[in-house]
Design a protein around this ligand. Structure first.
Ligand SMILES: [Ca+2]
Ligand SMILES: [Ca+2]
Ligand SMILES: [Ca+2]
Ligand SMILES: [Ca+2]
Length: 331
């Protein structure tokens, strides 16, 4: 709104004052820019540099005149602390200059001062062979301690062992033998994931989750202790999701994974959501899902969450299966 208004104001001004910048100012003496330079006359901002005249911060650098901190760098002139080197944009080689503009010079820990995506503040994506955060090595993923991520263990009530169920929503484990539809127990529609084990089944809460209507949720959480803290760490949640012709997702029903960072009072300090399984997702085909987030310094607890979400209780329906979920921190 403000931007639109500003543009309108500028537009009106331009229309009314078209000639403003052309007004003649008798106090400014402008010499023609195409005349031959004269070593004895005052400097001219529009003419090429002259080695014998005083330096001018507005004209291109001259290889033989002293460096000017405000002009673009010249490869042959004496060192200029603010220039970007001959041609600009490449590394000057000066370890005290932040050449790529990421906030760190070499002496401040930038291990690649020609790449603004690499610095001590960058996120190091694990397993890509690149050390984006300048620790000296590519990040690796270390388990946070997620249990029963393959959903092969269930408690006496048929719920997945070690997972908490939030708000009375409907979410629990099913073994493939109980949902198998073609009469054999050799894999069925679970395919590559848990052909003989369990998977998490989530479906619509239909309002049964009174604290978060429309959500069916299971989660595990990890809280600061004497040996570990989630503060300032990057977490990755990965897993597989599937829906099937038996009870496909319809309407705006969808399911996804979430990482949520919480402070000591339970207030959100950042989160991230994976790709969703929804009505448009190919049926009977496991989809790989992943996301990552850097929890901030206030974070005391981090949660790995799997959710089925409805917007409209009457039209958003179906069943989603999750399997082989992992929750890691990057180190
Ligand atoms: Ca830098
Ligand atoms: Ca850099
Ligand atoms: Ca990396
Ligand atoms: Ca690293």
């Amino acid at each position: 709104m403000t931007g639109t208004l500003l543009m309108l104001v500028i537009g009106c001004g331009d229309e009314k004052d078209t000639g403003f910048f052309d007004l003649y100012d008798p106090t400014v003496q402008v010499e023609p820019s195409d005349e031959t330079d004269n070593p004895n006359e005052p400097d001219d901002p529009n003419e090429p540099g002259n080695p014998n005249e005083p330096d001018n911060p507005n004209e291109p650098g001259d290889p033989n005149e002293p460096g000017d901190p405000n002009e673009p760098g010249d490869p042959n002139e004496p060192g200029n602390p603010n220039d970007t080197g001959g041609g600009g944009g490449t590394n000057t080689g000066d370890p005290d200059i932040d050449d790529d503009g990421d906030g760190f010079s070499e002496n401040q820990g930038d291990c690649d001062d020609t790449n603004g995506q690499i610095s001590p503040d960058a996120t190091d994506f694990p397993g890509d062979g690149e050390d984006q955060d300048c620790t000296g090595a590519d990040a690796t993923l270390i388990s946070v301690g997620l249990l029963n991520g393959n959903f092969d263990l269930e408690d006496g009530n048929g719920y997945p062992t070690d997972w908490s169920n939030l708000g009375g929503a409907w979410a629990w484990q099913e073994h493939d033998s109980t949902i198998f539809i073609d009469g054999t127990d050799s894999g069925g529609f679970f395919g590559a994931h848990s052909p003989m084990g369990g998977a998490l089944q989530l479906w619509e809460a239909g309002g049964a989750n009174t604290s978060n209507p429309g959500e069916s949720v299971v989660y595990q959480e990890f809280t600061t202790n004497a040996n570990w803290s989630p503060a300032d760490k990057v977490f990755w949640l990965t897993g597989w999701g599937l829906h099937h012709t038996v009870d496909p997702l319809v309407g705006n029903a969808e399911a996804y994974g979430i990482i949520r960072c919480l402070d000591a009072s339970g207030n959100p300090q950042g989160d991230a959501i994976t790709q969703a399984i929804n009505a448009q997702t190919q049926l009977e085909s496991w989809r790989n899902m992943s996301t990552w987030v850097r929890c901030n310094s206030m974070t005391e607890t981090v949660q790995a969450i799997l959710m089925f979400h409805q917007v409209d209780f009457s039209t958003d329906r179906g069943t989603v299966f999750f399997d082989d979920v992992a929750f890691n921190e990057a180190q």
